[in-house]
Structure formats: C-alpha cells, structure tokens
Design a protein around this ligand. Structure first.
Ligand SMILES: Nc1ncnc2c1ncn2[C@@H]1O[C@H](COP(=O)(O)OP(=O)(O)OP(=O)(O)O)[C@@H](O)[C@H]1O
Length: 274
C-alpha cells in the first residue's frame, strides 16, 4: 500500500479504500478492508458468495453507508465532498449492474440516453447521434437501437447495458459479473470487448467476477475478498502462487484446477474457452 500521496511506483490510484468497516446490525461484513485500483487497469474482484463483493461495490459508489474507514475516488475523500461535487464526480464513472438492469419498456437507444438526460440538457438529435456512437462502440448493429431488451439476446443485452454505462464517456467503469449468463463464446467475446475498450479508451475497470476465464483473459490484477478483508492481490500469477488457504481452494480446487490445466495445454498449442 502507498503512503497516501495518490501514487505507488508512479501509478495513479483511482479508487483507494482504507480500513473500511461496514455493518448491518450485528453482521460485520467489511472488517477493515484496504484496496487500491490503479488508473488504466482492469482489477478483477473475487470472493465467495455472500462475502461482500456487492456491498463493497455499492459502498464505493455511495449507494450504501459505511460504519468506518475511508473511500477515495479520483483522489477525493467521499466524506469531504459536497453533494454538488459528488454529482460532478459521478459523471466520471459508469456502472454495469448484474443482469444488465436495462429498463424493459425503453428501447436500447432510450436506455443509453437516460444518463444523458439526467445530467445534461442536450438536443434529441445530438443524443441520438451519441447513442448510435455508443451502440457502434460496443459492437451492436444499428438495428438494435430501436429494440427493447426482450427482443435482444443475452449477449446483446450486456452490450447495450455496457453502452449505457459508457454513455457519459466515463474514465472508470464498474462491472458486476459481466459474463454471468453468457455462453462461453459470448463470454469470451465480451471479455475481448472490455479488453479493447480498456486499451482504446484508457478505461479503468473494477470488475466483480466469478469467471476464471475473464480473470485470465483481461484482468491486470486480481483482489480476493475473504472474511471482510482483501486476503490476496496482484497479477494472476502472484495470486495463483499464494499459499493462502482460501485462494488455494478457489483457484486450485476442482474447477479452477481444471482451468489452469487447460490454460497450460493451450499455452502449448490448443485453443478455445472452457
Ligand atoms: N442492505 C443490506 N442489509 C443487510 N444485510 C445486507 C445488505 N446487503 C448485503 N447484506 C449482507 O452482506 C453480506 C454480503 O452480501 P453481498 O451481496 O455483498 O455478497 P456478494 O459477495 O456480492 O455475494 P454473491 O457473490 O452471492 O453476489 C451478506 O451477508 C448479505 O446478507
């Protein structure tokens, strides 16, 4: 962890969480959690079911109160910001909630335009142009613009939700299990899209995921949550080499172990996602 000057080894910290405690009644979910997310990286955040991945995400987003600790985004302590400054800061990130969470009665274009309407006073024509650009950016055909979510495949819904998360040209994107519910080919395509957007737009990505393939494919670093704290973080190889018992069980258990074995086979010539 760094000394609090906004950078470690020359890297800008976009999200910094220190000594975070969150309780629901007598249920202490965060027990002094520390985490840094650096600009331009994809951080994969893993943890068992019910460990608090969503709670942490919501606390960072300001959707949930904390009991103690500090959360900084873009170098600003959340607690020290006025409501107005918080609203300004919020423009700088986008969120893709699990299952897309698009409004079912609105078309893709209208869904993408919602954040624009909430924050700016733009002409309909300009918002239409912007929405079409976002639709292209996420690899959807122009014909998707006037469809409602139920007319789209699962993969297309994810892309549409991502287009909405990118509506205001954010620097930082939160993805909550983006590949859940997708078949392996759709998941691999979505991973590639995230990787491409990271490179082309310079995005910082905070991604909650259970998808070991995604961790391998696009995450620069992985952080693992257990018992209210980050128990391991670093590049995939570092986390894989850890002797920490939960990490060993997660990555070297039956499914994780199979994946590692298949990755190693692939490194020697085979292809495809598991
Ligand atoms: N609003 C709330 N009120 C009370 N308890 C809550 C609330 N939100 C979450 N919790 C509790 O916090 C803990 C962590 O929940 P959370 O949804 O963050 O887990 P998770 O790691 O995201 O799990 P999953 O992988 O299954 O989605 C659980 O014990 C949950 O019951």
């Amino acid at each position: 962890m760094d000394g609090g000057n906004g950078a470690e080894a020359g890297r800008e910290v976009v999200i910094r969480v220190r000594d975070l405690v969150i309780e629901f009644g007598r249920n202490r979910v965060m027990k002094g959690l520390n985490l840094d997310v650096y600009r331009g990286e994809v951080l994969g955040f893993v943890g068992g079911s019910g460990q608090g991945k969503s709670v942490l995400t919501r606390a960072i987003l300001g959707l949930l109160p904390k009991t103690a600790g500090r959360i900084e985004i873009f170098g600003h302590d959340r607690d020290s910001l006025s409501e107005r400054d918080l609203r300004l800061l919020e423009r700088r990130w986008g969120v893709l909630f699990q299952n897309g969470a698009l409004f079912s009665g609105l078309t893709v274009k209208q869904n993408i335009q919602l954040p624009m309407r909430e924050r700016f006073d733009l002409s309909q024509r300009f918002m239409d142009e912007l929405a079409m650009l976002k639709i292209e950016l996420v690899g959807l055909p122009p014909s998707a613009a006037d469809k409602i979510p139920s007319e789209l495949s699962g993969g297309m819904v994810k892309r549409a939700a991502l287009a909405r998360a990118l509506a205001l040209d954010p620097e930082l994107v939160f993805l909550d299990e983006p590949t859940s519910g997708l078949d392996p080919i759709g998941a691999a395509e979505f991973d590639r899209l995230i990787g491409t957007l990271k490179k082309t737009l310079g995005l910082t990505v905070f991604m909650v995921t259970h998808d070991l393939d995604s961790l391998y494919a696009i995450c620069d670093r992985v952080a693992a949550l257990y018992d209210g704290k980050v128990i391991g973080e670093g590049p995939m190889e570092t986390v894989l080499a850890s002797e920490e018992p939960w990490l060993r069980a997660y990555f070297h258990g039956e499914r994780g172990g199979r994946l590692i074995a298949s990755r190693s086979l692939r490194a020697h010539g085979a292809e495809g996602r598991d």
